[in-house]
Design a protein around this ligand. Structure first.
Ligand SMILES: Nc1ncnc2c1ncn2[C@@H]1O[C@@H]2COP(=O)(O)O[C@H]2[C@H]1O
Length: 935
């Protein structure tokens, strides 16, 4: 008798196992175990008696419990084994339920490796099953026997170990037990062979398995096979066994991958790891990460083509690799945009960006196999090491290229991937699908970049068209399920949000196109009528109010008229605006200007600002009676130094694009060389002549800053793009930017003109001191544009050579000036200035030429289109510069006015300086006031 104490034994010699009624229930052989009820503190329910001389290994109760906790699966095997063999003890289910916290549910999320992965066995595997069973049944000594399990007779079942033995003996190609077990598992995963309780995959253990044929109990299941059947089975095995042999390792692998990770043994993990090495989608990952993945990858098999794995708009819960089969990537309104095949991965986007699914994934074939990593594991293992580049394709072509960002660009962005390039439509879709409708505060940097630069790659008309299509997507669909409706309503909300952000990003420029205004009105009407969009009402009202304000302002200022004097700044002749100082130049404002011809006769023209060079040329030629065809003529600027620059026929903003003292000429193309500048271009521009000494320097700086703030404020961020791509590119005017840039030159040359036209040395010294102070005040007021202009004026060759003057400047002033010069030093890409300005808070007026240089650098150094996709990195660079402008004026200018001494005079004086912008003339004048000393 062995059961006296609470312990379990591992039997090393034969042992007889008796039931209470003293009837022998079964014989336990070497290797069998018994006594496991101690785990549950249950009384012994049978007696165990040794049959021969036995050697036993005993495990004490507390140790057994410990081992159980650590090796649940193994222990489970033991119990199942005992139950099936002995028909007593706690049932597997009871034991598992009582002790294991992870009872395996049968869902695709938690696959059960004991169940088949196909709905029905494939013909090949059915046939193979039939052949193997036929031979087994025919073999009288074989293991396939009727057995009683838990009092129930199970026909023709065999323990896994014996099936393995049999197969190893049968087939010379099978060398190891593991190979044979894999082959049986291949039959199990198609349901040809099953564990009698459907709880185990194939194991080279004592679990009992039987053929499906016997389960079904059909005619084929009974009786000894006929000789011809045996012959056919033999033949079939000879031909097809190697195919089964080859399927073994994969079946084993799938079986491991369907087990919960804590049940995978270290050898099994090694097997999985060796497989992962061959998967392309993982090739960029390190060995240690692949090892980690080996334990958490889940195998999923889907039998039916047409199964939806997940829907567009769903929350992302897993990442997938396609092991077998193919899937369609389907997008609302587009249908199937791509088909992914074996080795491809998908579903990463939503996980990385915490965004909804960008597409629906539908299985294209029956029996697709996938590897799945769930979000928690993905975040833990992969989120920081996933591929650097992600390419999304549609119809075989890249449509969106995303790149991982090490450091987030903007504080607000929660996105780990940034758009590098894409087609305009796909980028918009990506924005609407993933970047809107999120609870991320503020403006997403990609959205902002897109809104600031889309005019380069997606004209407003096209953008609004696409938005309207998205917004009205439901009108094309007849039947809507509640899910469809929810998706559609969400999408409408995103379109509304997009409009809101659009207006926020570019203000009135969003309303310039009539189709945008129509669309906004359309949105408003729909929001009003649709109770599902109730929450959006306030957003739409806000947009409508801004639009109404813009339209009112536009009506008030309609017919604004400007005059471009022969030299100097444009003057507003008429404006409906109550505060003319804030006047913005608009595309349909008229401007009056002169056009000369070679003999210096001129005509005066009046045209809207957006008129093309071609039209101006034709009209001027007509007025000046140049009897030549338009193809022989060109419109050209002649600068005060005689330099000429020809306009393209489709250039716009022509008059404001002239240099300070430049003149517009219409000329026969072949006679361009004959054009000469006018006498008056070498003289000072029109302006107030005043004794500067009497004006307060601080007041000068103050009013210069107010004046320039208004000019700066009128410049729209878009004008930087228009300017960079060329006046002809968008057909949009750059007049406000032109005027601001002219102002920079005006201030710079004003400094030089004043100094070289002051004959008195003492007055010149006084002026230099005044200008240094002026620069200091401009810097204090954060008007860096004027600061640069004044310091550059003082550094102009015509001024810096005035030795006698500089000698008389007190060293304190000279030192300050040196510091200023260091600040405008262009070396290392204006590093000194960039560091300085980087510390300032708005409001401030930036040194505009440097922003334009940055734009040009981004433009010339990068292609706009890369392999047919918009190079969005370039757009991002440009948007950064455009955002600088937005930042500078993000607070209104509220300078403390200096005590007024000469306010009225200063204001009119600073609005138009007398300026010579011909360097040769200025140097000559400088020579005159201070001739070069003879050595
Ligand atoms: N052209 C495409 N547009 C969107 N998603 C695509 C495209 N091609 C492949 N996909 C994949 O489809 C997946 C849908 O879910 P995710 O958004 O998580 O990640 C997406 C991509 O991995």
């Amino acid at each position: 008798m062995l059961f006296r104490r609470s312990c379990t034994y591992n039997v090393e010699q034969s042992t007889r196992h008796y039931a209470k009624s003293s009837v022998t229930l079964c014989n336990l052989g070497v290797g069998a175990t018994f006594g496991e009820t101690i785990l549950h503190d249950l009384p012994r329910d049978s007696t165990v008696v040794t049959k021969t001389t036995c050697e036993l290994l005993r495990v004490e109760q507390q140790d057994f419990r410990l081992i159980w906790e650590k090796n649940k699966e193994l222990m489970n095997d033991i119990f199942t084994n005992c139950k099936l063999k002995n028909g007593f003890g706690p049932s597997v289910q009871q034991t598992a339920a009582a002790t294991s916290p992870t009872k395996r549910p049968l869902s695709p999320d938690h696959p059960n490796p004991a169940l088949p992965i196909t709905e029905t066995p494939s013909p090949a595997m059915s046939r193979m099953g039939w052949a193997l069973r036929t031979l087994l049944v025919a073999d009288n000594s074989s293991c396939l026997k009727d057995r009683k399990v838990s009092g129930k007779l199970i026909r023709k079942c065999a323990p896994g170990t014996e099936l393995v033995d049999w197969l190893v003996n049968l087939a010379p190609i099978v060398h190891t037990r593991a190979q044979a077990a894999g082959m049986w598992q291949a039959l199990v995963e198609e349901g040809v062979l099953t564990h009698v309780n459907k709880e185990q995959p194939f194991k080279d253990k004592c679990f009992l398995y039987r053929f499906r044929l016997d389960e079904e109990g059909g005619a084929a299941a009974v009786g000894i096979p006929q000789a011809e059947d045996q012959h056919a089975a033999n033949e079939h095995i000879r031909e097809a066994l190697s195919a089964l042999f080859q399927r073994g390792p994969d079946a084993t692998l799938r079986m491991i991958l369907r087990k919960p990770s804590h049940e995978r043994t270290s050898e099994e993990l090694e097997l999985v790891f060796e497989e992962l090495v061959h998967i392309a989608a993982l090739s960029h990952l390190s060995t240690s990460i692949k090892r980690e993945l080996s334990s958490i990858f889940v195998f999923e098999a889907h039998a039916q083509a047409g199964t939806i794995l997940f829907n567009q708009g769903d929350e992302g819960r897993s990442w997938y690799i396609l092991l077998k089969g193919s899937v369609d990537v389907v997008i609302h309104g587009k249908g199937t945009v791509a088909t992914l095949k074996t080795g491809d991965d998908f579903g990463k986007l939503a996980l990385i960006n915490d965004a909804p699914r960008a597409a629906t994934i539908v299985l294209k074939e029956n029996n697709c196999h996938l590897l799945r990593v769930d979000k928690e594991h993905f975040n833990r293992i992969l989120r920081d090491v996933e591929a650097n580049t992600l390419r999304l394709q549609e119809h075989g072509k890249d449509v969106l290229v995303l790149e991982r960002v090490a450091k987030q660009r903007g504080q607000h962005s929660a996105f780990k991937y940034t758009v590098m390039s894409g087609t305009p439509a796909k980028m918009l879709e990506h924005l609407l699908e993933t970047r809107l409708g999120q609870s991320v505060g503020g403006m997403d940097p990609f959205l902002d970049d897109f809104l600031l630069t889309h005019i380069v790659f997606m004209p407003v008309v096209q953008l609004v068209d696409e938005l309207a299509n998205y917004f009205h997507c439901d009108t094309h669909e007849d039947a809507q399920t509640p899910e469809d409706r929810e998706y559609i309503v969400n999408f409408k909300k995103r379109v509304i949000q997009f409009m809101q952000k659009w207006v926020m990003a570019v203000r009135h420029a969003a309303f310039e196109e009539p189709s945008v205004c129509d669309f906004i009105e359309d949105l408003a009407a729909e929001v009003e009528a649709d109770p599902d969009l109730n929450e959006e009402t306030s957003i739409v009202h806000n947009v409508l109010t801004q639009m109404a304000r813009y339209q009112e302002d536009r009506n008030q200022n309609a017919g604004q008229k400007w005059k471009l004097p022969p030299n100097g700044q444009p003057i507003c002749l008429f404006s409906g605006n109550a505060t003319p100082s804030k006047t913005v130049i608009r595309p349909d404002d008229d401007i009056i200007f002169r056009v000369y011809c070679a003999d210096h006769t001129y005509c005066t023209l009046r045209f809207p600002m957006h008129t093309t060079a071609e039209l101006i040329k034709a009209c001027a030629a007509d007025k000046l009676q140049l009897n030549r065809g338009p193809e022989d003529l060109c419109l050209v600027e002649v600068k005060s130094n005689g330099e000429r620059s020809v306009f393209k026929d489709n250039d716009v903003s022509i008059p404001t694009g002239l240099s300070l003292n430049g003149r517009l000429f219409v000329s026969v193309k072949d006679h361009l060389d004959a054009l000469t500048q006018l006498q008056e271009q070498e003289c000072p521009t029109e302006g107030v002549d005043i004794d500067l000494e009497i004006l307060s320097t601080k007041e000068l700086a103050y009013h210069i800053t107010l004046f320039e703030w208004d000019l700066f404020y009128a410049v729209h961020e878009y004008e930087l793009l228009y300017h960079t791509f060329g006046r002809h590119h968008f057909g949009k005017i750059t007049a406000n930017l032109d005027v601001f840039l002219r102002r920079f030159n005006e201030v710079q040359y004003w400094i030089v003109t004043e100094l070289v036209s002051t004959p008195s040395l003492s007055k010149r010294v006084g002026l230099v001191r005044k200008f240094i102070k002026l620069a200091a005040y401009c810097k204090e007021y954060q008007n860096l544009n004027a600061f640069f202009a004044v310091v550059m004026g003082l550094s102009n060759m015509a001024v810096s050579r005035l030795q006698q003057t500089w000698e008389k400047i007190p060293s304190k002033f000279r030192k300050i000036f040196q510091e200023f010069e260091a600040l405008i030093d262009p070396s290392r890409n204006h590093r000194a200035y960039r560091v300085f300005v980087g510390k300032l808070q708005p409001p401030l007026i930036p040194f505009m030429p440097l922003l334009l240089k940055d734009m040009t650098f981004a433009h010339e150094g990068n292609k706009t289109s890369l392999d047919g996709l918009v190079n969005f990195e370039k757009m991002h660079m440009m948007a950064q510069t455009m955002r600088t402008i937005r930042f500078c004026r993000s607070r209104s200018l509220g300078l403390e006015p200096p005590s007024p001494k000469s306010e009225g005079e200063v204001r009119s004086y600073i609005s138009s300086f007398r300026v010579i912008d011909n360097q040769r003339v200025l140097t000559a004048m400088s020579q005159k006031v201070e001739p070069t000393r003879k050595l």
